[in-house]
Design a protein around this ligand. Sequence first.
Ligand code: GUN
Length: 293
Amino acid sequence: MELLDGKIASAALKQSLKQKIDNLIQSGKRVPHLAAVLIGDDPASHTYVNSKVKNCKEIGIQSTLITHGSSITEGELLSIVKDLNNRENVDGILVQVPLPSHISENKVTLAIDPEKDVDGFHPVNVGNMVLGLPGFVSATPLGILLLLQHYNISAGGKRVVVVGRSHTVGTPISILLSRNTSFGNATVTLCHSRTRDLPAICREADILVAAIGRPLFITSDMVKDGAVIVDVGINRVEDPGAKRGFRLKGDVDFENVKEKCSYISPVPGGVGLMTIAALLQNTYDAYIRRANR
Ligand code: GUN
């Protein structure tokens, strides 16, 4: 078994982006700028956004972090987004979800200028992705494609099983891997909570993508010998013995599945790091597109 190591693959991508940004600085140009909006006090959201900001800094992307308590109104958040849309020196905008329940995530997503929507959540970008047109692919599915590419794993002609049909991961990765592109051409099955005989379908997978959000859900009896396993889950599992009181567990029972598969992405250290690297890539791309308008 070989690890699909997000540390190695994301470091390579970040190094190449850093080089491009260094070149911009040397030629006296403005650097790409990401604005991140964080509402409320969800600890996981704080961890993710802080990590996004830290990673921007590492490679020379400017970042602005806007935080508000969960009492902010929908109208106030929408005007923050509109202000960021109008700021000439902001290339990418992300509003971390989940948002407090009195704010419509859909309204906020729709308010972001699609040209700055580096999360790729706006319907214009989702539509472009489905049609194979230029746009932003959301960071987790893009990170998965980049991770497979780093390890020269092609999906072409293979049987891919995706477990989980979320808007942000399961649905887009199943579309992307089935498209007629250099990274696609797989035969994809998208499984969900109503799928009958899930273990049998999973056992047919040459590449299994687990994106259900349930710790250790994929067990070794659900995996074909030699399969490639991409674990998208980042689940906090209580553990009084751990420093922070919890441990991060993937959707895959890593310890048992690793004996059977050819490649597997660890949690932490796998897809999560690629998601951040993909966000940096999207921010750089947003900057280049806006500069070439
Ligand atoms: N919450 C969990 N993942 C994400 C993400 O990729 N983008 C945003 N905006 N919020 C998230």
